[in-house]
Ligand binder design. Structure first.
Ligand code: GCU
Length: 416
């Protein structure tokens, strides 16, 4: 082999290997340049809210639609709600639980999704609500025996009966604490909306849209994260019909992959006044250009059904990204955002998650709002918070803990 060809071959192999291995060495973080928030693609500086909203914001939205999460369909999907169960003495009498089946019907297809809602009994009048997906089914969030398994759960997990155990992830859902603090809480199994595995889009919500077939090979094809974000908005639509819920006070919280979907839902839907990302990492709050922990090559290879296909073009080429995740966070402004990390969750790059929240600052400032003051990662278990932007890094690993809920609810209290 010609020696130049050999060198080229070796160079390519090393590069591919480098992309597929997570870097945990701060000294190997590249000297990245973050794309500016307040400068339009034609070089114009953004100095007013009108310029931001009418010119710069649509430019950035277009990046996220075309390069990362795919294009959200604008069509309305028919939905019917059916209350399947109601228990006025849930959570030892503290709350009323309601289980609602959403039937999305379009294009000759149906997708069913099951919402579990707890409303505090002690509250007078309307209450704020926190909405979030769960990983393992509504039955995993509590030991209450009357929680139903969704139709998708019964089908997708029919050969995996061990996961049918109740209450396996109660630690992630501090229901008592949430209810005691006067909040309602609503959760749904995220796979009701889009099964979390490649090759299952046919039975996801995406298949109900009329342009589904036409989009199959498009680089900006809408996939799981986009669909999960859409599903959060549909939960908000339902909650608007609930008498006891204050629809002006809706917060969303998502952990990890659901944190990625939560941030994207928060950007697109003004229903959500508070948006909370927990350990959302790569493709969520973490800056991609730091290439620390999970990176684009790793995530798009392991989860080809999450982002739009165009995102994988940046595998190993984070420096070429014309946008980054601090811009995603800034697109939520002037509504409030809280980012949470865990010190042992280096895969999600806590520092990169923090820096995104910090660098979103200029847009909040444009609205006259206070943002994070320092670009130094705060001490462990010492949140830094303004009513608009909050951040904490907690002791421990990749999870949602009581500590996190305590801080999230404090942040919600500041806003509601
Ligand atoms: C994997 C994945 C992450 C994701 C996480 C989760 O670790 O690589 O990107 O956030 O799963 O959802 O728990």
């Amino acid at each position: 082999m010609n020696r130049y060809i050999l060198f080229f071959f070796l160079f390519c192999t090393c590069n591919i290997q480098a992309q597929n291995v997570a870097n945990y060495d701060e000294s190997k973080v590249p000297d990245y340049i973050l794309p500016e928030l307040l400068r339009c693609n034609d070089g114009t500086a953004v100095t007013t809210i009108t310029q931001w909203e009418n010119k710069r914001k649509p430019e950035l939205m277009e990046y996220f639609y075309s390069q990362e999460y795919g294009r959200t369909p604008s069509e309305n999907i028919n939905v019917k709600y059916q209350i399947l169960a109601q228990n006025p003495k849930a959570l030892e009498g503290k709350a009323t639980s309601k289980q609602i089946k959403f039937s999305f019907v379009e294009n000759g297809k149906t997708v069913e999704a099951f919402l579990l809602l707890y409303i505090p009994n002690a509250a007078q009048g309307k209450v704020p609500v926190v909405i979030g997906y769960n990983f393992k089914g509504n039955h995993s969030t509590t030991t209450e025996e009357d929680i139903l398994y969704s139709s998708a759960y019964k089908e997708l997990k029919k050969n995996d009966r061990s996961t049918w155990t109740r209450g396996e992830q109660t630690n992630r859902w501090s229901y008592d604490r949430i209810i005691d603090r006067g909040y309602a809480v609503a959760t749904m199994w995220y796979e009701d909306i889009y099964p979390d595995r490649p090759g299952f889009e046919e039975r996801s919500i995406a298949a109900l849209f009329s342009d589904y077939e036409a989009n199959v090979d498009k680089p900006d094809k809408w996939q799981a994260i986009g669909a999960w974000a859409w599903g959060l908005s549909r939960i908000a639509d339902y909650l608007e019909t609930e008498e006891k819920i204050d629809s002006e006070k809706m917060a969303i919280m998502g952990h990890s992959r659901q944190g990625k979907a939560t941030l994207w839902a928060g950007v697109q839907d003004e229903h959500f006044k508070v948006v909370i990302s927990n350990n959302s990492g790569c493709g969520g709050a973490a800056l991609a250009k730091r290439v620390y922990g999970e990176n684009i090559a790793i995530i798009t290879k392991a989860f080809p059904h999450w982002f739009c296909p165009a995102f994988s073009r940046y595998a190993g080429k984070e420096a070429e990204l014309p946008f980054d995740q601090h811009q995603l966070i800034a697109l939520i402004a002037p509504r409030s955002v809280y980012v949470a990390s865990a010190v042992d969750d280096q895969w999600a790059d806590p520092k990169g998650e923090f820096l995104s929240a910090y660098h979103a600052g200029p847009v909040y400032q444009l609205y006259g709002l206070k943002t994070l003051e320092s670009d130094t990662l705060p001490a462990i278990d010492k949140p830094v918070v303004t009513p608009s932007v909050g951040y904490h890094i907690r002791t421990g690993g990749h999870d949602v803990k009581d500590y996190d809920w305590e801080k999230f609810l404090d942040f919600c209290d500041l806003n509601f």
